[in-house]
Ligand binder design. Structure first.
Ligand SMILES: Nc1ncnc2c1ncn2[C@@H]1O[C@H](COP(=O)(O)OP(=O)(O)O)[C@@H](O)[C@H]1O
Ligand SMILES: [Mg+2]
Length: 252
């Protein structure tokens, strides 16, 4: 079976990382026998912290190593080195109870090493195909996911707060995604909402509204304290609402 691949995008600071971590928690609990992969596409590796993971190397480290070998006159063909990276990626994957974790690392310099980048993308796709669920915390937006992580996702989850700017970003991402990425479903998850009655007025541009996640100081405390989101209590409103949204989105 093809994996379910959920990519989270949206303006900075709207809660993508917190929600990604919560989704990993929900999937891990609901499907203890399924293979779940969390991909951190944020150079600051925030998802790692939220999930209590310390990655030793990122995909970018592997990429840099290949480029350095080529530049230092390694006699092997660049593509030969890249093909060895197939195995190195397994060193970059951190195995946890119930899920695996991969950090992408820094975005590469513009326009360089296209063959290496596109090969690495194939490697990520190959690895992902061995999982049942893949959750991508896509810090940098859809273009970056497309260029650095993968071409096709099944569920594009747009995260926004109740601000006009947040909603504009989400609609732009959807428009760009329609041209650049393949996805089966798209939906909006509103986060950090103080008063859900006000939200009813928001124009989603025809994109399905999957749910309204309340503002919850627990989330902030977990973030500030560097606590593991896997330990968020199941009955926390944020967890309950995200679970409902995943049901509506046909993820669970
Ligand atoms: N539902 C929420 N209630 C309260 N605070 C939240 C909520 N979601 C996120 N936050 C806080 O907002 C800040 C940004 O969240 P984060 O998940 O890092 O966003 P992003 O990954 O989109 O930049 C963090 O301090 C986080 O603790
Ligand atoms: Mg983040």
């Amino acid at each position: 079976m093809e994996p379910t691949i959920i990519a989270l995008t949206g303006k900075g600071g709207v809660g993508k990382t917190s929600i990604s971590a919560t989704i990993v928690k929900i999937l891990t609990q609901k499907y203890p026998d399924k293979k779940i992969l969390a991909i951190d596409a944020d150079p600051a590796i925030g998802l790692a912290t939220a999930l209590g993971v310390t990655p030793k190397i990122t995909l970018d480290d592997i990429r840099t190593e290949i480029i350095d070998s080529v530049e230092n006159g390694d006699t092997k063909d660049a593509m030969e080195l890249v093909s060895e990276s197939r195995y190195k990626i397994f060193d970059a994957i951190v195995q946890r109870d119930g899920f695996a974790f991969l950090a992408i690392g820094r975005p590469e310099a513009e326009g360089c090493y296209c063959r290496i980048n596109s090969y690495l993308k194939n490697v990520i796709e190959m690895v992902s195909s061995q999982f049942d669920y893949v959750v991508i915390d896509g810090e940098a937006g859809i273009e970056q996911i497309n260029r650095r992580v993968m071409q096709k996702v099944t569920h594009l989850l747009l995260v926004s707060d109740a601000s006009r700017k947040g909603m504009e970003v989400v609609k732009t991402i959807r428009d760009v995604a329609e041209e650049m990425v393949e996805f089966d479903k798209v939906g909006i998850l509103l986060n950090r909402i103080e008063d859900s009655t006000l939200v009813k007025e928001l124009d989603t541009g025809g994109i399905e509204l999957l749910g309204i996640v309340p503002s919850d100081k627990n989330i902030l405390q977990y973030d500030i304290g560097g606590k593991n989101f896997m330990e968020l209590p199941d009955n926390t409103a944020v967890v309950v609402e995200i679970r409902k949204a995943l049901e509506k989105f046909n993820v669970i």
